[in-house]
Design a binder for this molecule. Structure first.
Ligand code: NAG
Ligand code: NAG
Ligand code: NAG
Ligand code: NAG
Ligand code: NAG
Length: 298
């Protein structure tokens, strides 16, 4: 009788301190992609003491309990968005499947030793993220640039959580002077757009090519690129573009027009110029500059 009281007293005084140590919650992975799986491993040093229970919580809500002495050792408490993989969950770990964005938050495991009822709890933040579903889209205001012109580019990433980081690179050099903005999508995610402007110089055409790249990234879990190549005008005749834009026929008409303007007056007499095409020889006349650009191959 005396012995029992004494050992109970010893347990009450020291049991809670000595029978349970180092409760830790390990989460693999700590950042879960939406729809993915996470293992919540609750490790502890029982110091030989029997286990009474282990409880897992999301915030203050218990969703899984392991009580080895019960007839039914495992219990699941329904919580919106939580799907416990019963086949892979026991007193040491709980596996969550099909994790939803709303589950991002603090998860805890609470261990209680038998007889002393010493209890320790460990908490970890688990993030659930959504990656962009599409590659970034990069657009420039023109299809080719002459040195001295301003290149304007805009890149957008598709919705994600957290928003993807966007970087514009010119020939692999990140462009610092770009403005990024965030936009909310209908699905509660965020999409990013970045706008960059840069003066085109001949030096930027490395091996006759200027490459503008847009890199979208989310932590180290997602990285996609989109790029546009621009070539120096001399090295890239791009005949297919002339045909596609109907440029060839326009170019031909310009030649015919120029022929008439330049040579017809000599055939018909000086008065022709001033009577029929007086505006043409005004220096900034649009038709004239079009003709000149065409002749220069622009
Ligand atoms: C659990 O395992 C059994 C047998 O291995 C299998 O039939 C069942 O589909 C599994 N349940 C889940 C939820 O994975
Ligand atoms: C729980 O399951 C894991 C993985 O299936 C296993 O490694 C571990 O030994 C199990 N623990 C207990 C207490 O059954
Ligand atoms: C998670 O817990 C930490 C500290 O324990 C607290 O600062 C933080 O606000 C909690 N986060 C959430 C989402 O409850
Ligand atoms: C970039 O393009 C997107 C989509 O077209 C647009 O909403 C955004 O305002 C543009 N950003 C800039 C700075 O032009
Ligand atoms: C975006 O970049 C910043 C600065 O490098 C970094 O702190 C942040 O974690 C990044 N965000 C994402 C979603 O990758």
């Amino acid at each position: 009788m005396l012995g029992f009281t004494f050992s109970s007293l010893m347990l009450m005084l020291f049991g809670g301190v000595t029978s349970l140590r180092d409760v830790k919650l390990l989460v693999h992975p700590t950042t879960v992609v939406r729809g993915g799986t996470a293992a919540l491993i609750c490790s502890r040093d029982m110091q030989g003491a029997p286990l009474y229970s282990v409880k897992w919580y999301r915030g203050n809500h218990e969703f899984y309990r392991y009580t080895p002495m019960d007839d039914k050792p495992t219990q699941v408490f329904g919580l919106p968005g939580i799907t416990v993989d019963m086949n892979n969950s026991n007193g040491s770990q709980v596996v969550l499947k099909k994790m939803d964005l709303s589950l991002a938050g603090n998860f805890s495991c609470e261990v209680t030793a038998d007889s002393s009822f010493a209890t320790q709890i460990a908490t970890k933040f688990v993030d659930v993220i959504a990656l962009p579903s599409l590659d970034p889209v990069l657009k420039a205001d023109k299809e080719r640039y002459q040195p001295g012109e301003l290149l304007k580019a805009n890149c957008t990433s598709s919705p994600a959580k957290p928003a993807a980081n966007l970087t514009i690179k010119i020939n692999d050099e990140p462009l610092r002077s770009s403005e990024t903005s965030l936009h909310a999508s209908e699905t509660g995610l965020l999409w990013t757009s970045v706008h960059a402007e840069m003066k085109v110089t001949p030096q930027l055409f490395v091996s006759e090519r200027l490459r503008v790249t847009c890199v979208a990234s989310v932590h180290d879990l997602y990285k996609r690129e989109a790029y546009l190549d621009f070539f120096t005008p001399d090295t890239d005749p791009r005949p297919e573009r002339i045909t596609l834009n109907g440029g060839a026929s326009r170019c031909f008409l310009s030649w015919v027009f120029l022929f008439f303007v330049m040579f017809l007056p000599f055939a018909m007499g000086q008065d022709f110029i001033y009577e029929d095409y007086p505006e043409y020889y005004e220096s900034d006349h649009p038709i004239r500059s079009t003709v000149e650009r065409t002749l220069l191959g622009g």
